[in-house]
Ligand binder design. Structure first.
Ligand code: CA
Length: 287
């Protein structure tokens, strides 16, 4: 069924059959130890950072897994076989902890009805969840999702990632802010640009191989950004992955990136998408 849906969806057809069986079979024999699968995403991202000009990366689709079509996905993070997903909308926002793969829910917490949940990230045993216009970031224990504290910030909250030391936050503009994880105070910021053009609507984030990846809201593209200076280094073009290209509501857009360090794959999904996809970016040419 997955293959059929993807054939209808677009230009990834040739990738589906070979990648699904080939990659999965190869990795089953060498779980977690082979350097080749784990090099996939990181190698492609590093190439985009290294090669002059803005690279456009395609992707290899490995597989799709079920995703809750009620989930208005706003944040996605994976740590050690645990997937954290935060969802939005007033009165329906929540944070959830599930096994991955497998999908068994091990903890779930609803946000107050006044909060519209946004980006989610995990750092040092804590889970952070932004809110859209409420200026609150909820902090939970990663193992239980028990709320530890709530910190404040100014402006809107969209996406959240970490470089292992600081939290990196988007707010719907072209600006990324680096924040102290204890106080949530802004330490520095960069403006994301392609040459002189600002790249706005930066949404869900992920930090991979020294780059910040950012969904651009209402597009099928993920920006590859050098966090040192905000320079756009590439695009990951996910055209054809969205199972609902008509998007009648205009809301059910790509919004969710997590990096699986064990397999070297990216997990991507969107708001109310029926599938979460495992993909590996690959160099497809230069713009
Ligand atoms: Ca993420």
């Amino acid at each position: 069924m997955l293959a059929v849906a993807l054939v209808a969806a677009g230009p990834t057809v040739g990738d589906v059959g070979t990648a699904t069986t080939g990659a999965a079979g190869a990795e089953a024999a060498t779980p977690n130890r082979s350097s080749s699968p784990s090099a996939g995403t990181s190698a492609a991202i590093r190439t985009a950072l290294r090669v002059p000009g803005v690279q456009t990366l395609g992707y290899r689709l490995v597989r799709g897994r079920p995703h809750d079509t009620n989930a208005f996905t706003q944040g996605l993070a994976l740590r050690g076989g645990v997937l954290f997903e935060g969802t939005g909308l007033y009165g329906a926002s929540r944070i959830e902890r599930r096994t991955y793969p497998g999908g068994r829910v091990t903890a779930r917490r609803a946000l107050p009805a006044r909060d519209f949940g946004e980006g989610v990230e995990v750092l040092r045993g804590r889970v952070y969840q932004l809110t859209w216009r409420e200026g609150r970031v909820h902090v939970y224990a990663a193992r239980t999702l028990r709320r530890l504290t709530t910190l404040r910030y100014r402006g809107e909250g969209w996406g959240l990632a970490t470089d292992g030391r600081r939290l990196i936050m988007s707010d719907g503009t072209a600006v990324l802010r680096f924040r102290n994880p204890t106080t949530f105070r802004a330490l520095r910021s960069v403006t994301v640009r392609d040459g002189r053009r600002r790249i706005t609507r930066l949404n869900e984030l992920e930090y991979v191989a020294g780059a910040v990846l950012a969904n651009v809201w209402k597009s099928d593209r993920i920006a590859i950004i050098d966090p040192a200076n905000g320079r756009l280094e590439g695009w990951l073009d996910l055209s054809g992955l969205n199972p609902d290209p008509a998007r009648p509501s205009g809301q059910n857009v790509l919004n969710g990136i997590a990096f699986d360090r064990r397999t070297g794959r990216l997990l991507v999904t969107g708001k109310r998408w029926p599938r979460l996809y495992e993909i590996v970016p690959r160099t497809a040419g230069r713009r």
